[in-house]
Write a protein that binds this ligand. Structure first.
Ligand SMILES: Cc1ncc(COP(=O)(O)O)c(C=O)c1O
Length: 364
């Protein structure tokens, strides 16, 4: 079987360093907010060029903590993409705010900046673009709108560790950036994990307090917070992998470039305009024959996946609130998108085999 991701090959390529790091963390017995957590926060901030980085228990928590730290509250509206994983919208709802879905750009699959202003109301507090599949959203246009309307800009970087827009890493362009370290992400740990990057010391302090029971000093609680800390063992693993993130992302880009070269005549392949560095968390193409391609790949023991088959405004949980909303691009993309296997270590002959099998189904 050719899988969507191959975590084992990556583990084996770094096994000695990862095993050592885990054993050292166990030996230190500082399991909660230990030295690896502090070191990872410094190293990740330095890598990204972020002013501050605060780790937490998952990407979903990163979004929730960022939204709360930004002061978003019941009654507020937050503009985001309908074509994303549910967590982006869930986090808005956890704060008692309302997600307002704006249609996407058909080329990048990210929120269409040209449609944002029409969705702004007096209740709008923030925009959360998602750098979907590792492709940066148009941060120049979105940033200009946020500045003009005095809106917070919170980036969902769950799929975009190491991606950049106009020379700046995603997560350092808005006031807050939210990362996931879910195992299959570009930088993944061996369980759940997340991180919030913050433009100011005040926001970072706020996220730190919220992730640790609303507490600055032990047993002194200022606000209702959460238990959302990254394990020291996970931080130790991430510190090893962070040193290799450029190699990983270069590997993903190599796979993607070869796929695009081989498939550009038979499907709509991912868009790159040179403004952003796409890090291909997923390699996602568009085709009217998506289901046939999936079936053919499956017959040949090749995995493929649809991310995401139902846009958020059509999900049962939001269907009633969004009954009057039509977002034709998101709906069309959801019905035609297909993600192919991509991971940094994917051998060239495997990429060629997947592409040839897909091409065969697309052409027949
Ligand atoms: C775009 C996006 N946002 C948020 C999340 C949530 O991250 P986690 O699974 O670490 O909670 C994910 C994870 O799949 C994601 O893809």
């Amino acid at each position: 079987m050719i899988p969507m991701v191959d975590l084992k090959t990556q583990y084996h390529s770094l096994k000695e360093q990862i095993d050592r790091a885990v054993l050292d963390a166990m030996e230190s017995c500082q399991f909660i907010l230990g030295p690896n957590v502090t070191a990872l926060e410094q190293e990740a901030a330095a890598y990204l060029g972020a002013s501050h980085a605060v780790t937490c228990a998952s990407g979903t928590d990163a979004l929730q903590l960022a939204i709360l730290a930004a002061g978003i509250a019941p009654g507020d509206e937050v503009i985001t993409s309908p074509f994303t994983f549910i967590a982006t919208a869930e986090a808005i709802c956890y704060a008692g705010a309302t997600p307002v879905f704006v249609d996407i750009d058909p080329k990048t699959f990210n929120i269409d900046p040209g449609l944002i202003e029409a969705a702004i109301t007096p209740r709008t507090k923030a925009v959360i673009p998602v750098h979907l599949f590792g492709q940066p959203a148009d941060m120049a246009a979105i940033g200009a709108i946020c500045e003009k309307h005095k809106l917070l800009l919170i980036e969902d970087c769950a799929q975009s560790f190491g991606a950049a827009f106009n020379g700046k890493m995603t997560g350092t362009i808005g006031q807050l950036g939210c990362f996931s370290f879910f195992p299959s992400k570009n930088l993944g740990c061996y369980g759940d994990g997340g991180m919030v990057t913050c433009a100011t010391a005040e926001l970072a302090e706020q996220v730190k307090v919220l992730r640790n029971h609303g507490s600055r000093v032990r047993y002194h609680h200022h606000v209702i917070g959460y238990n959302s800390r990254l394990d020291d063992i996970q931080a130790a693993i991430l510190r090893v992998k962070l040193k290799h993130i450029d190699e990983f992302n270069t590997g993903r880009r190599r796979v993607a470039q070869l796929y695009s070269e081989l498939l550009k005549d038979v499907a709509t392949v991912p868009f790159e305009d040179g403004k952003g560095v796409h890090v291909y968390h997923q390699y996602t193409l568009l085709s009217d024959r998506r289901d046939q391609v999936m079936a053919r790949l499956s017959e040949h023991q090749i995995a493929s996946a649809v991310y995401y088959p139902i846009p958020l405004h059509r999900q049962e949980v939001f269907a009633e609130a969004c009954a009057q909303l039509t977002l034709p691009v998101a709906e069309s993309v959801a019905s035609r998108c297909l993600s192919l296997p991509v991971y940094p270590e994917m051998p060239e002959e495997t990429v060629r085999l997947v592409a040839a099998t897909a091409k065969d189904a697309l052409a027949s």
